[in-house]
Design a protein around this ligand. Sequence first.
Ligand code: F6R
Length: 374
Amino acid sequence: EKAGYKHFMLKEINEQPRAIRDTTLGRVSLETGKVFLAEMQISEQEFKDATQITIAACGTSWHAGLAGKFMIERLARLPVDVDYASEYRYRDPIADSKGLGLLITQSGETADTIAAQKELIAKGSKTLAICNVVGAAVSREAQGTITTNAGPEIGVASTKAFTAQLTALFLFALYLAQVRGTITEAQSRELVDELSKVPGKVEEILRSIDDQCCTLAKSFSTARDFLFLGRGIHYPIALEGALKLKEISYIHAEGYPAGEMKHGPNALIDETLPVVCIATKDPNDPSSVLKYEKTLSNIQEVTARSGRVIAVAINGDDQIGQLVEHVIHIPQAPELLLPILEVVPLQLLAYHIAVRRGCDVDQPRNLAKSVTVE
Ligand code: F6R
C-alpha cells in the first residue's frame, strides 16, 4: 500500500505532480485562461463587492494561507488577513457581511478551524473552504468548497495536501481577479498556461534532487538547530520547511523573514548552524529580481559569520554558487507559483534527515493526523 516506497511520506511527496494536476483539472480553460469553481452559494457579485478576506487555518494549512495572501493581494487587489485559527475567536475579531472567510484545512475536521469558521459566520461573513476531504465538517457549514484532489494523506506530516492547497489558492486568486477585473485575458491565459506546467516541473525536481537531498542529510543530520530564510511569498515556505524538519526529525528549526535577521537572529549564526535560504526568482519579474538581490545580501551576512548555507535557487543561476556551500536547483516559474516548487526540496531534506536519525517519519511522537480538540 506504500507502492514500493519506504514510507507514506515519501510516497506522498512523489504523488505531488498528480495531486497538483488533479486539483487543476476541470477548473481551467487553457484556451481562454478562465477559471471555473464549483457551484457555491456566494455569487459573482458578492465576490466583486467583498472588501476583505480573512483566512483562518492551522499549521501547514496556515502556511498555505500566508502564501495565498500574496496571490490574492497581487492578482485580485483585495486585502487579506491571515489568522491562526487557534487564536481567531479569542480577540473579538472584526468581521462582517462584506468580508469573506476562507478556511484552509486538509482534514476539514480541525477543531480550531471549525471554531474560527463559527465565529466568522456569527459575525455575518460567508465562508468558503479549501479542503481535501469531501463532506468534511468544514464544508457542511461553508457556502462553498474548493476541494483539493490530493487523495488521502496518511503521513502525519502534510506534503501533497500542502502543494494542492497552494494550487487551489492560486486558482481562487485567479478566479477573484477575473471576477473583479483586476487582470487581463492575456495575463490569465499566461498564468493558466504556467500553472499547467507546474506538475511537470515538480516531476523534474523529484527526479533531479532526491540524491542531493540524501547527501545533504548525511552532512547535516547531527545539527542541533536549523534556520530557514525567505522573503515575500517565499517566507511562508521557509516556515513550512522549518515545520517539516521539526515535526519529523525533532531538530529545532525556525523560519524567519530574511530581512529580519539583522534585527536579532544574526547573533545565532556560527559555523555549526545550517541556514536554508530560499533564493529563487522569476527573471521576468522586476519585483521578484529585486527581492532576490536583497536576499543575496542577507545570505552574505550569514556566510560572513561562517553559517553553512544551503540555498534553493532556480536553474541557470550561476551567481549564487559562488556565494554558498550548497545549491539546490529548481526550474523557474512565475513568482506566485515558485512556492509549489521550492517546498519540494525542503520536504525531501526533512525526510532524509529524519530517516538518518532513525525517526518514525510517518508517525512522529506526540502528534495526531487530525486535531479534533481545541
Ligand atoms: C503539519 C501538519 C499540521 C496540520 C494542521 C492542520 O505537517 O500536518 O500542522 O497542517 O494540524 O490540519 P488540517 O489542515 O487538517 O486542518
